[in-house]
Design a protein around this ligand. Structure first.
Ligand code: RTP
Ligand code: MG
Length: 137
């Protein structure tokens, strides 16, 4: 099934100079980048993007992390890309992420209540539609 998903390189990925390495992995997998832009996320955008996390104990730290610098927002396309991109990303916490994944290979220790983990990917086809509309409308 050819799908689309929303992919993001988070502020730590941009600040640490990992944009090229992350895009190389996306392209090597055979996924197509159909749109891409650099964005400085606002708190309003993040409240919508992270609606399921608003009010959680780590949420203020997550907003501080995500507003600390620009991000790279992308629409990706490919066969089973929603699940496949999450496999490329690895587990949420880089400490637990397998070698060979972006978070497992490039993640490092951090000092924040929010887990700093370089990348984001939609967790379902439905979420992907919502996130693409939110970031690219
Ligand atoms: P994402 O949505 O960013 O692709 O990552 P995910 O599904 O693996 O993680 P999710 O549970 O949706 O959480 C969103 C982001 O919030 C930060 N986080 N911190 N301190 C914590 O326990 C915690 N839990 C989540 C991470 O930056 C995570 O990617
Ligand atoms: Mg998530």
């Amino acid at each position: 099934m050819i799908e689309r998903t929303f992919m993001m390189i988070k502020p730590d990925g941009v600040q640490r100079g990992k944009v090229g390495e992350i895009i190389r992995r996306i392209e090597n997998k055979g996924y197509r980048i159909v749109d891409i832009k650099m964005v400085r996320p606002t708190e309003i955008l993040l409240d919508a993007h992270y609606a399921e996390h608003v009010g959680k104990s780590f949420y203020p730290s997550l907003v501080a992390y995500m507003t600390s610098g620009p991000v790279i927002a992308m629409i990706g396309e490919g066969t089973n890309i929603v699940a496949g991109w999450r496999m490329l990303m690895g587990a949420t916490n880089p400490t637990d992420a397998a070698p060979g994944t972006i978070r497992g290979d490039l993640g490092r220790e951090w000092q924040s209540d929010a887990i700093m983990n370089l990348v984001h990917g939609s967790d379902s086809v439905t979420t992907a539609k919502r996130e693409i509309e939110l970031w690219f409308s």
